[in-house]
Write a protein that binds this ligand. Structure first.
Ligand code: ATP
Length: 487
């Protein structure tokens, strides 16, 4: 089976995973809406991330591969932050892509994507190929979305929607240390919306203008930072594998020295073989970066840049003043064991919730053939989501209207929902059709309440992947499913 993006996008619309934003008005490029199933799917991606990274993390035990024990806490900062944040972080000056306009078709293109961007004029294939193409010189285009705060509406009231959640963590570093008794090493985690005015949003939700990130800023002693970098790189890669992403589709790619940001000692990307890419090509799901003390130092002292010797120092104007002044607040950490004061180093695993969701969708898509009730082979689409990610965990099918069975099925449905599991009740159509409907949205478990239930007090539990069917006592079935979801 070849995985085709067209089929996945069609399924997303047909079954209510993802819709084009403002579709009834013709849509809005770079923005997407999640339908009822997509909402559950993406919520699971976020929740499983938060559960695995923060709630289930045991700070008393040393994790395999970790240099020591560590703590993890959460944070939720505002989307709009003080404009100085972006000046000191470097986003105001440096967060841009190079764009090229075409005077003939009025198209606007990202310079580094031109080779694989179609030219709107036919019969040419890529930008610049048509004989009437008239391309401008590349120009810088800042990706931050601007907004105006307050009623006056002057340029002085300009602010930005955050292009990443990370800066909200850095500027709250002091607050978290002072208020929550965390000790180094520790991570602060945040899930939230980010905005980038992408020049060419494309490939479904992969490159959007509004998207969600799941970011960790992990603060540690400079001497241990390389070991922590390796730990987080491997841990995050394994997280996707443990949630069912096929090893054949996922790579961990270390950046070459020239690809590294100027402050970074090491960066690796976790990349996925999305079906819209060519053979052997991968798209970034998550970046894990060793950021040194760049961020805390910038917010303490002011915007940094490299001097002639390659060292970071505060960037200055011709008059010798800091170009963008930092907060002047002391962001150092005092270790009361070693009596040492220092600026912690940072490891940043930065994941996209929408790109992750898209990868889970693409990897789950399978087509096969299954016999219907008459034994005739029928095409089946089955989304093999990992049960923790699946938007619906269980479906309940009453097969008979006799002997109070619909009532028993309804009671079971209520019990499963009470246990906090997303569950659907389906009493329409033949059993085979009901199974197909659930397979197509990736429901791992289906329960049928049938004639025999009245006598043996059991229901049939059918597994989406093995297709095995088992009789389970009604009063044990919710526990059984909870057990299987944990496995
Ligand atoms: P790219 O090179 O693809 O533009 P990036 O390296 O700029 O990505 P980061 O700044 O490292 O991305 O952001 C961290 C994560 O946020 C990415 O790995 C990705 O999952 C997500 N992300 C970034 N930009 C977008 C976008 N425009 N749409 C959806 N997700 C995004």
């Amino acid at each position: 089976m070849t995985r085709s993006m067209d089929k996945i996008v069609a399924l997303c619309k047909r079954r209510g995973f993802i819709f084009q934003n403002s579709e009834i008005y013709g849509g809005q490029n770079g923005f997407w809406d999640y339908g009822p199933l997509g909402t559950e799917l993406k919520r699971n991606v976020r929740d499983v991330w938060y559960q695995d990274m923060i709630l289930a993390h045991n700070e008393l035990l040393q994790d395999a591969g970790a240099p020591s024990t560590y703590q993890m806490v959460g944070l939720e900062s505002a989307i709009v932050m003080h404009p100085q944040v972006w000046k000191c972080s470097g986003h105001y000056d440096l967060f841009h892509d190079m764009m090229v306009d075409c005077r003939a078709c009025k198209g606007r293109f990202r310079q580094d994507h031109m080779a694989d961007t179609p030219c709107p004029l036919k019969p040419s294939k890529t930008v610049g190929e048509h004989k009437t193409c008239e391309l401008t010189e590349p120009r810088e285009f800042n990706l931050m979305m601007k907004t105006i705060i307050g009623a006056l509406g002057t340029e002085e009231d300009a602010a930005y929607l955050r292009p990443e959640t990370a800066q909200g963590i850095f500027v709250n570093f002091r607050n978290v240390v002072d208020s929550s008794r965390v000790k180094l090493p520790f991570g602060i985690c945040q899930v939230g919306k980010s905005f980038r005015n992408e020049i060419t949003p494309r490939n479904f939700t992969f490159r959007s203008r509004e998207f969600e990130q799941m970011e960790i800023e992990f603060f540690c002693h400079p001497d241990q930072s390389r070991d922590w970098y390796t730990y987080w790189r491997d841990r995050r890669y394994n997280w996707y594998l443990n949630l069912g992403i096929s090893k054949d589709h996922l790579i961990l790619r270390d950046h070459d020295a020239e690809e590294l940001a100027h402050y970074s000692v090491g960066t690796a990307d976790i990349e996925y073989a999305f079906p819209f890419l060519g053979e052997g090509e991968y798209g970034e799901l998550e970046g894990i970066a060793h950021r040194g003390d760049f961020d805390l130092r910038s917010h303490q002292e002011g915007k940094l840049s490299k001097n002639q010797d390659g060292e970071l120092e505060v960037e200055r104007t011709a008059e010798g003043q800091p170009k963008y002044r930092g907060s002047g607040k002391d962001l150092t950490y005092f270790d009361d064991q070693s009596r040492e004061r220092f600026l912690p180093h940072v490891i940043e695993p930065s994941a996209g919730a929408d790109r992750g969701t898209l990868a889970f969708l693409c990897d789950a898509y399978f087509e096969d053939q299954q016999p219907d009730e008459k034994g005739k082979m029928q095409e089946r689409i089955v989304m093999r989501f990992h049960p923790r990610i699946a938007p619906v965990k269980v479906a309940v099918f009453p097969l008979t209207k006799k002997d109070g069975m619909p009532e028993r099925a309804a009671a079971l449905f209520g019990e499963i929902k009470q246990a906090g599991l997303s569950c659907q009740y389906d009493q329409q159509g033949r059993i085979g059709r009901r199974y197909r409907r659930q397979d197509e949205i990736g429901t791992p478990f289906c329960l049928t309440v049938d004639d025999e239930t009245a006598t043996d007090n059991c229901v049939t539990l059918r597994d989406r992947d093995t297709l095995e069917q088992e009789r389970i006592p009604v009063d044990r079935v919710t526990d059984e499913i909870l057990q299987r979801l944990k496995a």
